[in-house]
Design a binder for this molecule. Structure first.
Ligand code: XMP
Length: 563
């Protein structure tokens, strides 16, 4: 272990006083000081012969040398290493449990303004994972999981349909009102059966008075496929269909009773085929379905006891829908309720990947690992909407929490998920030097795929983002996560999160592309071909406030943000 240079010792006798006559102990002391000074010089020489080792310390050395202070992302920077690794050649896959493999180490947070089926689908398509939140009725959470599991890439499951007795004028009005950028529609009867296709060529003002039934291409001339015919690789099959059927740009999918099940467009197929050449493949289960996770709470019954029956039936139903992992998600994971919930689930479902949290201590990791968790979420109070540290006065700056937890995790052979506080790709690189994946809320809450409507304020578009411990979210169901009861109106309940807005930031694809680019870049600088090597190669140094200022653009007039 490299030696930390001690603070310089003031020279003996300095201070302007005449030296006092020396006693025996003083003589001995003088001798010892001289020896110390000599050995210091030797140590300094030794250190300077390997200055990298003296300044840039490996995790164990660095964090133990800084054990008296809680550090977070901006407090440190990583030292570069000789590298033969190009960023584009780095691999980002990570194993969070037996049977839970991600192609990128990013998880969207189980928050009601972050992850429902659209977000979880987009995350899995990019190789990551979405955890569907539990601030909704159980039945709805099950349907959200089903939507992800039965997502067929490129298939629009509920295409806009028109009825045969509508007027073309009504269809034109619909296009205008909803601002559709397409004008071809499947036509279905009242039982949802396909009766034809209304082509964009006839959706014109001159035909406004005509009925759809008069203008449609009849069913007999519309080529369709069944879900079975689409097979395991619907995009490849649809691609073949469009090549074989010259001039057809829309493929309708119907079941054996001719009920419409969806629509695939040629432009989507072409875009997806292009994306398939991308480096990071979608995260899928053994049956080629997208992976999806769901959060569950440590639910209590009317007597305040853990409601084992309800927890088990909820998770059983999630498993029936194909859920790949459940997260027992609370603010204080090192607690009996969370531990008992994990134990109940582990006993009942030995193969089920379980995430549990949150903790910030080695003993918290040990506890949840012993209860049966595979991956443990670390983070108390680092989140962008969190006020736990202000309200409760607890929580640990995230990098120190990750280091302490990661050492226990390595002993227990469980994985660490760094949850909260990520504001840029560099933070992810730093988090991945200690953990196996990161969980993001704020980075994804402004995406199109996050739940909720966009709002316009001062010409800019925003989406709502709120802490699960905010008063509004707790009223919607997340109170148990913070140790409160939803219906608890007789006691004061302290909110541990705020309600906020995030500027809209486009699609998840776009945001993840930037984050992944940053992670790969960091790995290239550290000569790390994969995440295991990144953890092995990382060397840290603390950054001064001036160093932090230096790290961001400075002394220029910024024209483009680089985003
Ligand atoms: P970011 O920084 O990605 O953090 O926005 C998301 C994580 O924050 C946690 N979380 C909360 N923590 N009060 C808290 O103290 C809250 O109200 C709250 N809501 C979410 C959670 O771990 C999430 O993944």
């Amino acid at each position: 272990m490299p030696v930390q240079t001690p603070l310089p010792v003031p020279p003996h006798g300095s201070g302007g006083f005449p030296p006092a006559p020396m006693t025996l102990p003083a003589i001995l002391l003088a001798k010892t000081s001289a020896q110390t000074a000599f050995s210091d010089m030797a140590a300094t020489r030794a250190l300077l012969s390997h200055p990298d080792d003296a300044f840039y310390l490996k995790a164990d050395d660095f964090f133990t040398a800084n054990s008296k202070v809680g550090l977070t992302f901006d407090d440190i920077t990583l030292a570069t290493l000789y590298s033969e690794i190009l960023p584009r050649d780095t691999q980002l896959d990570t194993q969070l449990a037996d049977g839970l493999h991600l192609n990128i180490p990013v998880i969207s947070a189980d928050m009601d303004t972050v992850t429902e089926s659209r977000m979880a689908t987009a995350m899995a398509l990019n190789g990551g994972l979405g955890l569907i939140h539990y601030n909704m009725p159980e039945k709805q959470q099950l349907s959200e999981v089903s939507r992800v599991k039965y997502h067929v890439q490129g298939l629009i499951p509920d295409p806009i349909q028109v009825a045969p007795d509508q007027l073309i004028g009504d269809v034109l009005k619909l296009i205008e009102e909803k601002k559709f950028r397409f004008s071809t529609f499947p036509v279905v009867d009242e039982k949802g059966r396909l009766v034809g296709l209304l082509s964009g060529h006839v959706v014109k003002p001159r035909y406004a008075a005509k009925r759809v039934a008069e203008a449609l291409t009849p069913r007999s001339q519309v080529r369709t496929l069944t879900p079975k015919e689409l097979g395991k690789d619907p995009i490849a099959r649809a691609d073949k269909f469009f090549t074989e059927n010259l001039g057809i740009h829309k493929l309708l999918v119907v079941d054996d009773a001719d009920v419409l099940h969806g629509l695939i467009t040629m432009s989507d197929v072409e875009r997806i085929s292009q994306e398939r050449k991308a480096q990071f493949k979608p995260a899928r289960d053994a049956q080629f379905r997208l992976i999806c996770g769901a959060a569950v709470s440590a639910t209590r019954n009317a007597f305040g006891e853990l409601d084992r029956t309800r927890i088990l039936s909820h998770v059983e139903a999630l498993i029936e829908r194909g859920v790949d992992v459940v997260a027992v998600s609370t603010a204080h994971g090192h607690s009996k309720g969370v531990g008992d919930t994990v134990k109940v689930l582990r006993d009942a479902f030995p193969q089920l990947p379980i995430i549990a949290g949150n903790v910030t201590s080695a003993s918290g990791v040990d506890y949840l690992a012993e209860c049966g968790a595979d991956a443990i979420k670390v983070g108390q109070g680092p989140g962008s909407i969190c006020t736990t540290r202000i309200v409760a006065g607890v929580g640990i700056p995230q990098l120190t929490a990750l280091f302490v937890s990661s050492r226990a995790a390595a002993r227990k052979k469980v994985r660490i998920i760094a949850d909260g506080g990520i504001t840029k790709s560099g933070d992810i690189v730093k988090a991945l030097t200690l953990g196996h994946a990161v969980m993001c809320g704020g980075m994804l809450a402004g995406c199109t795929e996050a739940p909720g409507e966009m709002v316009e304020i001062g010409g800019k578009m925003y989406k709502q983002y709120r802490g699960m411990g905010s008063m509004a979210a707790m009223k919607s169901g997340s109170a148990a996560r913070y140790g409160h009861e939803k219906s608890d109106t007789t006691r004061k309940v302290a909110a541990e999160g705020i309600e906020a807005l995030k500027e809209s930031c486009g699609s998840v694809d776009r945001v993840l592309a930037q984050l992944i680019g940053g992670i790969q870049s960091g790995m290239g600088y550290l000569g790390a071909a994969d995440l295991a090597k990144l953890r092995e190669n990382a060397r840290y140094i603390r950054v001064s406030p001036a160093g932090q200022r230096e790290a961001a653009p400075h002394d220029v007039v910024e024209l483009k943000t680089g985003v």
